[in-house]
Write a protein that binds this ligand. Sequence first.
Ligand SMILES: Nc1ncnc2c1ncn2[C@@H]1O[C@H](COP(=O)(O)OP(=O)(O)O)[C@@H](O)[C@H]1O
Ligand SMILES: [Mg+2]
Length: 269
Amino acid sequence: MPLIATIYCKGTGGSTTTALALAAIAPPAWRPVLVECDPAGGDLMRRHRLAPAPSLVDLAAASRTRHADTIEVFTAVERQLRLRHHPVDLVVAPPSGAQTRAALGELTRPGNTTLTHAERLVVADCGRWDPGSPVRPLLAAANVVLVLTRSRVEELTHLREHLADLLDLVSGRLVVLLAPGGTYPPGEVADAIAEYLAGELAADPAAVRVTGPLPADRRAAGILAGDLLPGRRWRRLPLLVSLSRLLEDLAPALTGPVSAQVPDREVLR
Ligand SMILES: Nc1ncnc2c1ncn2[C@@H]1O[C@H](COP(=O)(O)OP(=O)(O)O)[C@@H](O)[C@H]1O
Ligand SMILES: [Mg+2]
C-alpha cells in the first residue's frame, strides 16, 4: 500500500499541516494514517494535547517484535484525532528530536517494512529536508514525495540546492507543492525547474512535477493545529478542497508499484 512523504527545504513550513490534512481527507477505504516522522521531533502531541504515549517510539518497538506487515503493529500504537465526527488515525512523534530519530533508525532499518508496506495509506510528515536526514529510506520507498516550497527566489534557491540529491532518491515521484504566499506563478516555477533539470543536471525535464499553490487558509490551519473547533463544513475549507484535488490527481501514483510511476510534469491547478 502507498506511502506519501511530505518534506520542505529551508524556509517554508506547512509540512505537518499538509500531511495531517491529507490523512484527514483521504478516502476511509484507504485506511489513511498520519505518521509524524520529523527528525526534529513531533508537534501534534502538544498541539492536540495528547498523552505522551503511545508514540512513534512504540511503533518502532512494536515493529521489532511483531510481524511488521500486519495492521496490528499500527493498531497497538495509533490513536484517533476527531475532526468533528471524523476520526483521523495518527502515530505522533515525541517532541524530542533525539527520541524521534532513534525510533526512525529502527523504522527505516533494512527489512523493516512497517511504514513502506503498510496495508493502508501512510502519510509520513518528514519535516525539514537535509541530505543526512534519517528519513532518506522512507523517501526512497515513497510513492510520492511532496516538497513544500514557497515560490520565492530564496526558497526556490534552497530547493534547487537539494534537487539533484532528491532526484537521485525519488526520481519520477517528486512533486513540488507550492506553499501559500509565493511570488511566481506555478507555470513559471515549473518552466524554471524543467530548464534547470535539462540544462544543469542533464536530467529528464519531466522528472519533477509542480503543483499548487495551496491556499493560505488560517481557519483550516487553526483546526489542524488544534486551536479551532471544526465546523460542519470543515471539509469545504479551501485548504482541504485543494488537497482533496491533489489527492485525486495523485491517486494513480498511489495504486501501482513504485517502479511503474513516472508522473507527468504539469501544473495541475
Ligand atoms: N495553508 C496554510 N494556511 C495558513 N496557515 C498555514 C497553512 N499551512 C500551515 N500553516 C500554519 O503555518 C505554521 C507552520 O505550519 P506547520 O504545518 O507546523 O509547518 P512545519 O511542519 O513545516 O513546520 C502553523 O502555524 C500552521 O498552522
Ligand atoms: Mg512540522
